[in-house]
Design a protein. Sequence first.
Length: 103
Amino acid sequence: MNSMVIWMIIGMAVVTYIPRMLPFLVFKGKELPPFLQGVLKNVPFAVLGALIFPSILLIQEGNLLFGVVGTAAAFLIAFLGANVIVVVIGAISILSLYSVFLM
């Protein structure tokens, strides 16, 4: 293997490791303020929403209703208390029926 490739792999490992380990070293034994804890607990949901929302609008070019129907179906199924797998399979099933019968 080329030595340049090995050095690149080592460099990528270091720059990946540092941001993951740095918070553990800086905040070791310290308690974050409750407000900051609340903000950090909501970050995964905010990121997930930011990743999913554009896809809802652009799932089928020229047909915004397709994404809205899928989203509404997923929200309804989740509201009824189903787990994530049931929500995904249910939304896919409803969109499949929608595309066969109404499109």
